[in-house]
Write a protein that binds this ligand. Sequence first.
Ligand code: FAD
Length: 476
Amino acid sequence: SIALVWFRRDLRDNDHAALYHALKAHTQVYCSFVFDREILDALPCRQDRRVEFIHASVVELDTALRARGGGLIVLHGSAREALPALALQLGASAVYANHDYEPAALARDDAVRGALGAAGVAFHTFKDQVIFEKSEVLTGAGRPFSVFTPYRNAWRRQLTPFFLQAYPVERYAAKLRAPKDDRRIPSLVELGFEPSNLAQLAMPCGMSGARALWQDFRSRMGDYDRARDFPAVKGVSYLSTHLRFGTISIRELARAAFDTPGKGAETWLNELIWRDFYQQVLWHRPDVVARSFRPEFDAVRWEEGPDAERMFEAWCEARTGYPLVDAAMRQLNQTGWMHNRLRMVVASFLTKDLGIHWLRGERYFAEKLNDYDLAANNGGWQWAASTGCDAQPWFRIFNPVTQSERFDPDGRFIRRYLPELADVPTRWIHAPWLMSPLEQAAHACVIGRDYPPPLVDHAQARERTLQRFKLVKTSE
Ligand code: FAD
């Protein structure tokens, strides 16, 4: 019998749940990927690093599958229509895919399941992108966890080698079938996009890119707990975009972290567990997409109007006058990636210093991040805004200057992204407005001319935020 595997956020040919199950159960297996117009046409910018990343990864996956006698049938259209049509054309009795937990993807999959079902074609889906999904890890009372630490403990207790085993796709690779027609993979331009700066970013794509980053990180994993918080240091894995698009298997990474002794590997495994945690939050609480995880915080009155708009723009455009915040926003705007410490700092700054709704920041990140993932991004923003599960308590407010002093002590990261502060001595780099006019002139950084004055006074902003949240508490 014939099966069709539909690749989505799992762009690899190894340790792949859907591909394995299709190969095991059928005699002939075709593979496909759809550049979905419903997603692509809605993207606001025609230079999108993610589309380019996916494109390069799809090309590589096609080559890898061809080397095994298969190949990718790559379509450009609405997946809801194109995929069932392809299954019928191939005479497939079943379509195989991996679970996606985002509400829009679930709606799309329901539509596809309906169309396939009407034609008598089965639609089988599998857990692949996480170790534990949906309701696999629950509290003793059978409810979803809303606090990370007990979730992590339960996750670890439930973990057996079984959950980390790779799916041995190679075993059945002879059943892969090459596409029947000679359709080429559409070019980026044919998809309606132009090249971005991805090629200049030394951001390796596809399975080979993931492998290179992973090999590099493996030797540094032991230092992760000590190095991960310093954006100027190469302390993290940079694998998030690969995990987002599945160019490397989560089981392979979690297995290596689990098998490696020491605090570094343990801390890194915790980050992978955070990833599972937020996916299950989204599964159980899809309403978090637009609302606070803790509904009482929907009563927070965020700043609105022309002043707030002006401040939001300054935040987006790296003009807040707080060097660490601005350097981080430039990193995001220029590269599509931002260090985790900085994501926390800029999210806190937008919500607690500027008093702007976390959803505005969440949407901006969604446009810009190469690794944008609804579950992790929403979770991260609600954490920083104190509206989420296991969030930062609302009265704990990051001081952007102190964060800068602690995590970029010599201003190395700041100077990398803010060349206008290159000559500012380290003692002033975190708060350059404190320099006297003479010092500003001496260090080629006149505040108001070369670099903006601070958008808000942190101490006053902090007071306003405490009031904003206190009002919610008292009206409960
Ligand atoms: P590493 O430190 O090497 O961690 C390894 C992997 O663990 C990451 O690749 C990622 O898949 C996962 N991970 C790490 N931290 C988290 C976390 N807090 N939540 C969920 N998964 C995590 N991560 C995304 O993948 N996509 C997002 O859209 C995203 N938005 C964020 C928004 C905010 C406001 C915050 C505070 C965090 C966000 N994160 C997001 C989490 C984290 O910042 C990134 O995963 C991390 O910086 C990616 O770099 P890395 O691959 O080097 O991570």
